[in-house]
Write a protein that binds this ligand. Structure first.
Ligand SMILES: [Zn+2]
Length: 169
């Protein structure tokens, strides 16, 4: 039985919350979202299926269906593919041994220097009072590039067409 990832280890992974698409999903049911991003120098482009449940006034609440186990969740984590916390927990040990871990370590070193909360999922937290602007911008720039390399997801399209949703390994 694989261990479920702890909160602190989950902070090491970029997260994708369905609520960040709330505005785009307001117009009704959607069946999948197409994502494009790169992770560790590899490009990914695929659809993630959605589920929806009816809520007040004819609106729908949307959920991710984990590409690996099809569980209905509101947050996915990136470890190459975006998967749910249970699936990333199962992978966590082997993830740490991969070269991508060096990118995480470097990003964490920058975060420590900036006095930011550990974990790239926590985003940018501003310039420390006594840090010179040029140092700050240099570090921010490097941090952003690392995050982009680790997993800079962008939404390509929301599919309202049921037949189009597919996930291929
Ligand atoms: Zn899963």
């Amino acid at each position: 039985m694989p261990a479920i990832a702890t909160t602190s280890s989950l902070n090491n992974y970029p997260r994708l919350s369905i609520s960040s698409y709330r505005e785009q999903l307001r117009q009704g049911k959607a069946y999948s979202i197409e994502l494009g991003y790169s992770y560790g120098g590899k490009s990914y482009s695929y659809s993630i299926k959605l589920d929806n449940t009816a809520c007040h006034y004819g609106n729908y609440r949307h959920w991710w269906l984990c590409p690996k186990c099809s569980k209905r969740v509101s947050v996915l984590y990136c470890a190459g593919l975006y998967v749910c916390r249970h699936c990333i927990g199962a992978n966590y040990g082997s993830q740490l041994k991969q070269p991508i871990d060096r990118l995480f370590s470097r990003a964490e070193a920058i975060r420590r220097r900036l006095g930011w909360q550990a974990g790239i999922a926590h985003g940018n937290q501003g310039r420390p009072k006594h840090m010179h602007f040029s140092t700050y911008y240099r570090l921010i720039n490097e941090h952003n590039k690392l995050v982009q390399k680790i997993c800079g997801a962008t939404m390509v399209a929301i599919n309202k067409n049921k037949g189009r949703a597919s996930y291929e390994r």
